[in-house]
Write a protein of this length. Structure first.
Length: 353
């Protein structure tokens, strides 16, 4: 079968349709036993925008059903890496009931078929079912850590946020300006901060890595199977968002590929810590799709401080309150991903946010 054309469409629906054609071709190759070629095609298309819209749960099940279990396992791992949802019932909604879908997620999580997107969707199902007590362990604010890196001890020296800010501002020019960059609006954006050649950034990365390792070693709570998800190996990569104009913000989002988010603030406008003003604050709460009345979600407004490091699970919905442009707000964001398999680009390799 000839290769279908590469999708070039700017229209997201046309792009997903073209991707679906490619995915159908990859599935056909695997089902016919051309495993290497088929999985190679999956790897190429899963790195493209719109791949999360593909029915990869269905493809995985179809491969398993036709006896191609090795290809099914590989596609399952690739899907988990990119943050795809492996629930068949989530695809079948509303034909599948809410309880059936929740039960399927429980089964998948027990098999370690888990990622931030799936936990996020699972929480939305639990919330819609009113199962607030089942949500509680996964949205427990104890999962969110805050550390002041200006007073570090042990092998990691204190970090001067002014030095980090200077290193970052040294790299910024007008080409880094984005009106839109996924969930982010009206900011300067620098990719691959983890590769930035600067002593202050290198020291910051060492400090963040130490905190991530400590977080990874936290005792596993027995309260919920999803909390047992502890990557055996991780990849770490990130970017910087610099807000210095009015109307800079991030809409509600999660980090589908991640396990843990580390956010370090090197500069914060005074307004973010002024009484009665939440401009520039980080909000953690419920997904936009649920409105503002669903039960069981956290409702946090965190006023960042220069030198502060926050750690939070990648599945928690978060956003920022628009800035007024009264000063610099710099967030160094590090995605910690579960390194499950080579073949799909990780954040460490420089995927754009
Ligand atoms: Fe984020």
């Amino acid at each position: 079968m000839p290769h279908p054309p590469e999708p070039q469409q700017a229209d997201p629906r046309a792009r997903v349709k073209a991707l679906a054609t490619q995915a159908g071709h990859a599935l056909h190759l695997c089902r016919e036993g051309a495993m290497e070629e088929g999985l190679g095609e999956y790897r190429r298309l899963l790195n493209k925008p719109g791949a999360l819209e593909l029915p990869l749960a269905l493809h995985t099940a179809m491969l398993a059903d036709c006896g191609q279990s090795e290809a099914a396992q590989t596609l399952r791992r690739l899907s988990l890496i990119i943050g795809a949802d492996l629930s068949i019932n989530a695809l079948r909604r509303p034909l599948a009931s809410r309880d059936q879908t929740i039960q399927e997620y429980d089964r998948l999580f027990a098999e370690n078929a888990i990622n931030a997107t799936m936990i996020h969707h699972y929480l939305m199902m639990l919330s819609a079912a009113g199962r607030v007590s089942d949500m509680a362990p996964l949205v427990d604010t104890a999962l969110i850590e805050s550390h002041d890196l200006t007073h570090e001890g042990g092998p990691v020296p204190p970090i001067d946020p002014a030095e980090v800010t200077a290193a970052i501002m040294n790299k910024v020019d007008e080409t880094a300006w984005f009106e839109r960059c996924q969930a982010t609006r009206n900011c300067y954006h620098l990719d691959a901060v983890h590769k930035m050649a600067d002593p202050a950034i290198a020291t910051l990365m060492t400090a963040i890595a130490a905190h991530v390792e400590r977080y990874r070693a936290r005792p596993v709570s027995g309260a919920h199977p999803a909390l047992s998800w502890r990557p055996k190996d991780i990849s770490v990569g990130g970017w910087v968002d610099i807000f210095n104009k009015p109307g800079g913000y991030q809409g509600r989002h999660i980090h589908p590929r991640g396990w843990l988010i580390a956010v370090y603030y090197s500069a914060v406008p005074g307004e973010a810590r002024a009484p009665g003003c939440d401009a520039g604050c980080l909000r953690i709460g419920q997904p936009a799709a649920l409105g503002n009345t669903a039960a069981g979600w956290p409702d946090l407004t965190l006023a960042p401080k220069a030198g502060q490091l926050l750690l939070l699970p990648s599945y928690l919905t978060h956003w920022t309150v628009p800035t007024t442009g009264s000063g610099l707000r710099i967030a160094v964001v590090i995605d910690v991903e579960d390194r499950r398999e080579e073949g799909v680009k990780s954040r460490e390799e420089g995927i754009r946010k």
